[in-house]
Structures are given as C-alpha cells and as structure tokens.
Ligand binder design. Structure first.
Ligand SMILES: Cc1cc2nc3c(=O)[nH]c(=O)nc-3n(C[C@H](O)[C@H](O)[C@H](O)COP(=O)(O)OP(=O)(O)OC[C@H]3O[C@@H](n4cnc5c(N)ncnc54)[C@H](O)[C@@H]3O)c2cc1C
Length: 538
C-alpha cells in the first residue's frame, strides 16, 4: 500500500509512526515543504527566550531517525502542489508525482497576518516554525532591541511576551479584545492581567493597531507606542488551498470537513490536525481547535482506521489547554461562558478559592477554580488559575467530562492526598460539594462587582474588614451572626462575603435556618472581588 502524508508536523508524524507500528509493508512518504519535521512547536517561545537553549532539543525527530527507526521517507523542502483525487496522485512544486492508495492531509495552519498599514516600517515576525524562531533570535542578538510589541494575547502571544521580558526587553502586548487568553472568562483572566503587569508586560487591551509608524505603532485609540520590532501572534488560518483545489469539502471558515474517522468526502483522503474542523465535545457543533494533543490523537486514529484492525471514532475535541504565565499557570477545558452564551446553552457556575495543598504545609499557594455546569449536573467546562497544581485539577475535571461524569462525580472523586500535594478535600471535591449545595438549594452564589440594592455583610473579623471589603459592606463577624439577626433586613437581598467563600456559606446557612430566604454568598469571597477589580484593566 502506498501512503502519502502531506505535512510532517504533529498530526502527520503521529499518523506515520503509528501506521508503521501496525503495518510493516506499507510504503510511507511524508512531504514537508519546509526543511524541518517533527519540531516541538510548543517549545518555540521558550527557545526564543533561551529557556530551552539547545536547538537540537526542539527537533523531536529527524528524517534520518524516521528512516532508520520506521523506514519512513520524509521529503523535506517538498511542497505538495496538487492532488488528483481521481488518479490518486500528489504532484509537488518541483514536478515529482507521488501515487497513493491512501492520502493523509496534515497541513496545519499558517499564522494570520492581516493587512496592517506601514508594517514594512519595522521588523516584524511571526512564530510558527523553527526558522521563525531562529530569525527572532538573530534579531534579538544583532540589534539588542530596547522595546518590542507583541500583537495578540492568545497563548503564543502571552508566552512570547514572557520570554521577551526575561531578556530585559520592554514588552507591550496589545489586543483588540478586552482580555488575553480567550479560553478564560473575564473573572478568571483578571489575575493573569495583574500578574503580567506586575512582571513588567505593558498590557493594552481593547485597542487595536491602526498603523505601524517610524516610532512604533499608532493604536486605534490614538495612543502611540515605541517599539523596535513587532511580533504578530494573531492566531492561525487552516492551510487548505490544496484540499480546496482538489474538491475536498471545506467549512465556510476554510477548515477541512471529515467524518468521525477523519475521512474527507474522498474516502481514501484523510485529514487531521489544525487544518480540520472537529466536533466540539461539549456543544457537539463544528469547531476549529489548534492543539497538539488532538492533532496527535487524530493522526493515530487514522492509521487504525486504514488498517481496519480495531477502528475507533474521534469523539470530539474538548479544548483542554494550559499556559505558563511567568510564575502562574492558567488551564481550561470545555466551553467557557462566552461559548455557552453564543450557543444559547443555559448554564450555572461556581468559583472557589482554595490552597494548592494543605495550608499548614509550607508553600501552599492560592488557586482559583471555576466550573460551568447545567441544571442536571452536566459539566460544560472548567478553568483554573494559580501557581501550583493547576494542571492536575483541570486534568481531573477534563477526564470526568470525557467519561460523561457529572458534578456529583467531582464531589465524590477520590483523589490522592498528603499535605504537600493537596487537602483531604481537594479543590475539585470542594467545587463539586459547593455545586451540589447549590443544586440542593442550600446556598445561592453571587458573582460580579455590582451590588446595587443589596444589604452587603462582611462576616470576617473586624481586622480583615478594615483592610478592605466589598463596597457598602457592614461588618458582622460570623461568630456574632446568631445574636445579630435583627440587623438583617427581610425586604432586600442580603449578600454575605468573607475572604474566599466558606464563612459566607456558613453565615448563609445560619440565616436560611432562621427564615431569611433572599440570601446570597459571594462566590470566591473578597479574594475574587479584589482580583476582578485589580485585573480589570483600563
Ligand atoms: C509557537 C507555538 C506554540 C504552541 N504551543 C502549544 C502548546 O503549548 N500546546 C498545544 O497543545 N499546542 C501548541 N501549539 C499548537 C500545536 O503545535 C499544533 O496544534 C500542532 O502542531 C498541529 O499539528 P498539525 O499536524 O495539524 O500541523 P503542524 O504541526 O503545523 O504541521 C503542518 C506541516 O505541514 C506542512 N505543510 C503545509 N502545507 C504543505 C504542503 N502543501 N506541502 C508540504 N508540506 C506542507 C507545514 O510546513 C507543517 O510543517 C503551538 C503552536 C505554535 C506555533
């Protein structure tokens, strides 16, 4: 069997290696237009920042290794130009013709570069390939720029900004959206804004680049910035022209359509990775998600389907991701509030602040966890931000979601515990318990930063109250609640807050047991409120 793969990145290489492990006889050719294959794209920002200093470490596998270990031929600097789906051939720009029995498209995405007036006035870069990273590194070394502008606050823009700051470069990140890291909701990303600003990134959000100037950039707001160069990190667009020309069906956004076995409308042409449309695991609708994990899993699945030994379908992409932001980590899985609202999916939410491990063991760090769920306990998504243990909380919830677990499963999950690692009730258990309390009507959470018409009470100590509290709050410490019931009005909503949301929940229970019905606990407490206020950039 002749197998041709277009694209030697994550999906293509993963497919080819699996194919060879399952079948020794197939002839496998990978066509790759650049002079790199199997590079660790995800490590590129850290290579730019010299955190990964050895260039060879970025090259996960070489063509020689593929040949020796797998008997796979990788043709570098070989661009596939035309697919003839009838004759079953691929023609390259240098005139080679590769006949195929099965063709796999893993052409990935290309960095999106919009037309920006004056872009030629400053050195500008994108970061997709090792060559791009080499170019940026050479620029940094040769010109030692004082200041750089990063345009786009997705995970690549944020990682690049961090790595530039590490090298002493004044770094400004501009994004037209009011926040960085779009998978996070505004109430979760606020901490990241604050942290990036503290670490020296000048964040300008809700503003776009109007023009690149001799000095740097002119923004839509009229603001002028100085910059010696620009890194454009504005996302990617699927590279699917070759597929389109061959009559392969695309979505309106230009991604390749496939069935659950990653077959296109031509049954012998498969596609995987960043260039395909996937089914969103949560809302079941078509989506485009550029992540290495899905690309690898899709590639692997294609090999199993071709050989028909134990074919299994692709069950959708959840969009589970993680990003390091200086000393912090943000991770997410499933749908966020914006996505659920766009799909008209009714949802509830809960936020808890906990320590990364037992508070009495040294170095426990704050961690905030948010879960979005349906009335029946279906988990739609989760987000976490903190310094330690963020990944495992989101990985646990992502797994529960993948197994179609419910919020009760978060409450009941038996997770490993010893003081240096967690608490007897892990943050995942705590949020599950809190959600079940809400579902049972034991407590109502309150979110946001507007408290008009509410009677706001801080149930922390007087000392904590003096240091800061929700606007207009009165201070009635938890231990005094029972003897102060006459101070609580019955004709307006009562909002209770504490530091992180536990004592306010206890206070809410006391009030409800005493006949108060219109009572809310501020989710995440004063910690959440003050973080939202500080991280909401002007
Ligand atoms: C800087 C950076 C950081 C990232 N960090 C993360 C991360 O932390 N976590 C994560 O999950 N994901 C991350 N990603 C995304 C991840 O790398 C991609 O999702 C993944 O590589 C997609 O695999 P793919 O096979 O679809 O495409 P790619 O790996 O992009 O491979 C596509 C290949 O096809 C080749 N090609 C295209 N057209 C042709 C043609 N006509 N002929 C021949 N060759 C062609 C291209 O040259 C390319 O090598 C990052 C990406 C970048 C750029």
């Amino acid at each position: 069997m002749n197998i041709v793969v277009i694209g030697g990145g994550a999906g293509g290489a993963s497919f080819a290696a699996r194919m060879r492990r399952l079948d020794n006889s197939a002839k496998i050719d990978i066509l790759e237009e650049t002079n790199e294959t199997s590079i660790a794209s995800c490590g590129l920002p850290y290579f730019v920042g010299d955190v990964i200093s050895n260039r060879e470490n970025i090259q996960v596998a070489t063509p020689q290794l593929f040949k020796q270990a797998f008997d796979i031929d990788i043709h570098l600097m070989t661009k596939a130009e035309k697919i003839d789906a009838k004759a079953k051939t691929v023609t390259t720009t240098d005139g080679q013709v590769f006949p195929y029995d099965k063709l796999i498209l893993s052409t990935g995405g290309a960095p999106f570069v919009p037309p920006i007036k004056g872009l030629e006035k400053k050195p500008s870069f994108t970061l997709k390939t090792l060559k791009n990273a080499d170019t940026i590194k050479a620029f940094l070394k040769e010109t030692t720029p004082k200041s750089l502008l990063v345009v786009g606050g997705g995970f690549i823009g944020v990682e690049v900004a961090e790595n530039l700051v590490h090298q002493g470069i004044q770094t400004t990140l501009v994004d037209i959206a009011p926040q960085v890291l779009p998978p996070l909701d505004a109430d979760m990303v606020c901490q990241i804004h604050e942290h990036m600003t503290e670490k020296g990134v000048k964040l300008i959000l809700g503003d776009g680049i109007k023009e690149i100037t001799e000095k740097g950039a002119l923004l839509s707001s009229g603001k002028e910035l100085s910059a010696d160069g620009i890194v454009l990190a504005l996302g990617i667009r699927p590279q699917t022209q070759i597929a389109k020309d061959a009559g392969i069906e695309l979505t309106p956004k230009g991604a390749i359509k496939t069935n659950e076995f990653m077959q296109t409308n031509f049954k012998d042409i498969y596609a995987c990775g960043d260039s395909v449309a996937v089914k969103d695991f949560v809302n079941q609708e078509e989506n485009m998600v550029a992540l290495a994990g899905p690309a690898n899993r899709e590639g692997r699945l294609i090999a199993d389907h071709i050989l028909g030994k134990a074919p299994y379908p692709y069950t959708g992409t959840q969009g589970t991701g993680i990003v390091k932001v200086f000393d912090m980590t943000a991770a997410f899985t499933g749908n966020n509030e914006k996505q659920l609202q766009a799909k008209n999916i009714p949802y509830e939410k809960m936020i808890v602040w906990k320590a990364s491990h037992a508070g009495y063991y040294p170095d426990a760090k704050p961690l905030v966890l948010k879960v979005l769920y349906g009335k029946d306990g279906t988990i739609f998504g989760a987000q976490a931000v903190g310094y330690d243990g963020v990944d495992k909380r989101i990985d646990v919830i992502a797994t529960v979601m993948r197994l179609h677990g419910k919020t009760t499963d978060l409450r009941d999950a038996e997770l490993c515990y010893a003081p240096p690692y967690s608490s007897a009730k892990d943050p995942v258990n705590i949020i599950g318990m809190a959600i079940e309390n809400i579902r049972q009507g034991l407590m109502r959470p309150y979110f946001g930063t507007s408290f008009e018409g509410m009677f706001v009470v801080d149930v922390r100590s007087n000392e904590a109250f003096e240091k800061g509290h929700l606007p207009e709050a009165v201070n009635i410490p938890l231990e005094n609640i029972k003897e102060s019931l006459d101070k609580f009005p019955k004709d307006k909503p009562i909002l209770i807050h504490c530091q992180t949301g536990y004592r306010s929940y206890v206070a809410v229970r006391i009030l409800m047991e005493n006949g108060f019905e219109n009572v809310y606990s501020y989710a995440g407490g004063y910690k959440q409120y003050s973080t939202e206020i500080k991280g909401a950039l002007k």
